[in-house]
Structure formats: structure tokens, C-alpha cells
Write a protein that binds this ligand. Structure first.
Ligand SMILES: [Zn+2]
Length: 389
């Protein structure tokens, strides 16, 4: 068992309708009566942004709205948000939305309190000044776990995806309100929910796993495996939505310490070659390699299978249990309605070589190296053709 040093930087509050108390949160956390709300145009159209603005105003908190977040944000758009935050003179930034909105809010709040633009801090090239503006995240999807992590992803001016990492990027408060996730359509519930499941699975099975990661990761797997199909079929089911909200947050805690693995290596490579939703890209990737991956560590995959509820009989060997987990996962993906073929995404068998080379690139090496089983270049080539056949 690996050593660990585990701490949660983010306070987490959960409850149906919990986001209505956001005004009290802003005042108690920052002592301020003014907040900047960072969100995307879709949530403005849906009325969710207005709900949060009203909840803030009901507690006499003034709001400045920044609603220009696009998916896969650029450093230029983060600079824009930082500018709005700086001019508003606020002590509190709220991120409302999926991974993109939360990443922009997290990073823009730090950039706003510093003197250089976003790109100065990419890939940990330079440290931030100490955090001065408090951050609160309200996720409206159940996927990335960005509400509790200290990393962000954005594209630089050369359109290359880069990471930002800093302890201070971890939000001060995450408000999980499953009522805000019921509007998520079934195909996105499937893609984001499977992404969260894979975060937990890859962190638990990964080389950096430890007892704390297993504790939060296996519970995430239990919650997500048992509620995903229900939430897809009955989007208004708040019990199922609640389990997904908590499960994806726990998945975020797991990757914060444990990192991800082969499905994320392959999924990021797919995302570099074509515009494929991140969650769908990693879910399709794991669908093709789960059986191969099991051989890296049968005992932990047996524990994962039990957490999924995929147990044929308690007395079975680790190998049988681990393979039952693979079968359970594949059926879950099929039943979720996720589209497995990538033919409509502009990728064909002719792209296999390029895809394998991207999987093997330096930017995807941390995920390849952290996986419980090391994939050789030949194996990556085989995985690429499995994805594109
Ligand atoms: Zn992911």
C-alpha cells in the first residue's frame, strides 16, 4: 500500500435546493456583499443563472455576471473573465456550470489577483501570488469533479491544451445541488456520468492509489454504477441525481490525489484529433481496453467489480470477479445509449497511426505511466485500431 498525505482543501455542502442559500455562503466565506458569477450562455438561456442571481439578491448580495464561457476555454477568455473580476473589485467568484465554467472561474479568480495574464501560469511555469479572492463552485453536470480539484485545462494562443495547477486553484466551497442537474439531457448525463465513474476507477487502480483514494473512489463507483441508468431514464429523479452529484465529487477527490490512466490517455488523444465530448471519448476508450487493463491488477479490479455490484458469487477468484466487472462496464455503456462508433466524428481507420502517436505523445505520458498496466507502443497502435475499426 502506498504512503499518503491526504487533505481536502474544499468544503463541500450537499442538499436538494442547497444552492438557494448561496447568498449566505458568499457573505460568511468572503465577508463581501458582491460576487462575480461566471457561467456559460446555455445556463443563461435555461434560466439557471437567473435562479442563482435571484438567490444572491434575496440575501442582498450584488452580482456581476460573466456569461461568455465557451466549452474548452482559451487563455484569452480566461483573461477576459479575470478583467471583469478585477474591475468589479469583488472578494468572491462563483463558478456555475460544467467543467469549463468552473475551470474559468477557478483560474480567472487567481489571475485577477495577480499581475500577469493567464498564459504566464500555464504548466506551472510560474507560481501565483497567494489567493485573495474566495471561490465557490456550483456544478450543473455530474462529471468532472472540478468543484474539488486544484487543476484546470485550457487552450493557449497556439490552440494547444495546457494544464494549470496550484493548491490555490482548489475552490473554497463546493455546493452540490442535484436539482440543478435535472436539465442535463440523457446523452450528456451518460457521457459525464461515465467520465466520473472512470475517474474513480482509474485513480483506484492506478499506480499512485492508496487507502484514502480507495475509500472515496470505491464509494464513487458504488454511487454512480447504481444510479446512472436511472438518471438517464428518469431525469427528474432527484435521488439518482443526488447520487451522481456526490459520486462525481468523490471521483474528483480521487483523481486529485491519484490521477487517471489509459482511458484518459486514449480519450485525450481522441479529443486532440476530433471534437469529441471528453466523457464520451474516455468511456468509449475504456470500453475497448477494460479486459486488457484487468490483467494489470486483478485484485483491485475485483474490488471495483464488487463496488459496481457486478458480483457473480463471493467465492469466485479475483480474475473471474475482475472480468465480471469488465462485462458489467460494457453493458452499462451499451444501456446508457452512448454512441460507440466514431465514424460520424470524422475519424476513420486511416487515422489510426496518428491517433496512436498522439496517445504516445509527451502530454499524455502521465496518464500512460500511471496506469496499472503499461501499454507498449505496439499496444497503443492496437488500441487505436480497435477504436477506429
Ligand atoms: Zn475525465
Amino acid at each position: 500500500m502506498n504512503d499518503f498525505d491526504f487533505g481536502m482543501r474544499t468544503r463541500v455542502a450537499y442538499g436538494i435546493g442547497r444552492s438557494k442559500r448561496i447568498g449566505e455562503d458568499v457573505k460568511s466565506l468572503s465577508g463581501s456583499r458582491h460576487a462575480v458569477l461566471v457561467t456559460d450562455p446555455g445556463l443563461v438561456k435555461l434560466g439557471t443563472a437567473e435562479e442563482i442571481v435571484s438567490a444572491l439578491r434575496a440575501h442582498s448580495v450584488e452580482v456581476t455576471l460573466f456569461s461568455d464561457v465557451q466549452s474548452d476555454p482559451t487563455s484569452a477568455s480566461i483573461d477576459q473573465a479575470a478583467d471583469v473580476i478585477r474591475k468589479s473589485n469583488t472578494d468572491c467568484v462563483i463558478g456555475l456550470g460544467g467543467g469549463s465554467a468552473m475551470d474559468v472561474a477557478k483560474l480567472a479568480a487567481l489571475v485577477a489577483g495577480a499581475e500577469h495574464p493567464t498564459e504566464h501560469y500555464a504548466l506551472m511555469a510560474n507560481p501565483f501570488q497567494p489567493k485573495r479572492i474566495k471561490t465557490i463552485m456550483i456544478p450543473t453536470t455530474s462529471g468532472t469533479g472540478a468543484e474539488v480539484t486544484s487543476t484546470v485545462v485550457f487552450s493557449n494562443a497556439a490552440k494547444v491544451k495546457v494544464w494549470g495547477w496550484d493548491y490555490d486553484l482548489a475552490p473554497d466551497l463546493a455546493v452540490l445541488d442535484p436539482a440543478l442537474t435535472v436539465a442535463l439531457p440523457p446523452h450528456l448525463t451518460a457521457a459525464t456520468g461515465l467520465d466520473a465513474l472512470i475517474h474513480a476507477l482509474e485513480a483506484v487502480a492506478g499506480k499512485r492509489s492508496n487507502a484514502m483514494i480507495e475509500a472515496v473512489g470505491l464509494q464513487a463507483i458504488r454511487l454512480i454504477s447504481g444510479s446512472l441508468l436511472r438518471a438517464i431514464e428518469y431525469p427528474q429523479d432527484l435521488t439518482a441525481r443526488g447520487k451522481l452529484s456526490i459520486g462525481s465529487m468523490l471521483g474528483g477527490m480521487a483523481i486529485e490525489q491519484g490521477g487517471t490512466g489509459i482511458a484518459h490517455c486514449m480519450g485525450h488523444a481522441l479529443g486532440t484529433l476530433a471534437r469529441i465530448h471528453h466523457g464520451r471519448a474516455v468511456a468509449v476508450s475504456l470500453y475497448r481496453v477494460y479486459e486488457w487493463n484487468v490483467e494489470g491488477n486483478e485484485a483491485i479490479h475485483a474490488a471495483i467489480a464488487k463496488a459496481m455490484g457486478a458480483v457473480p458469487a463471493e467465492s469466485e477468484s479475483s480474475e473471474t470477479l475482475a472480468r465480471a466487472g469488465a462485462a458489467f462496464y460494457r453493458k452499462l455503456v451499451e444501456d446508457s445509449g452512448l454512441k460507440l462508433s466514431l465514424a460520424d466524428d470524422g475519424l476513420t481507420a486511416a487515422d489510426a497511426e496518428r491517433l496512436a502517436a498522439t496517445m504516445a505523445s509527451a502530454e499524455n505520458a502521465p496518464m500512460r505511466n500511471n496506469n496499472c498496466r503499461y501499454a507498449s507502443d505496439d499496444e497503443l497502435a492496437r488500441f487505436a485500431s480497435l477504436l477506429l475499426r
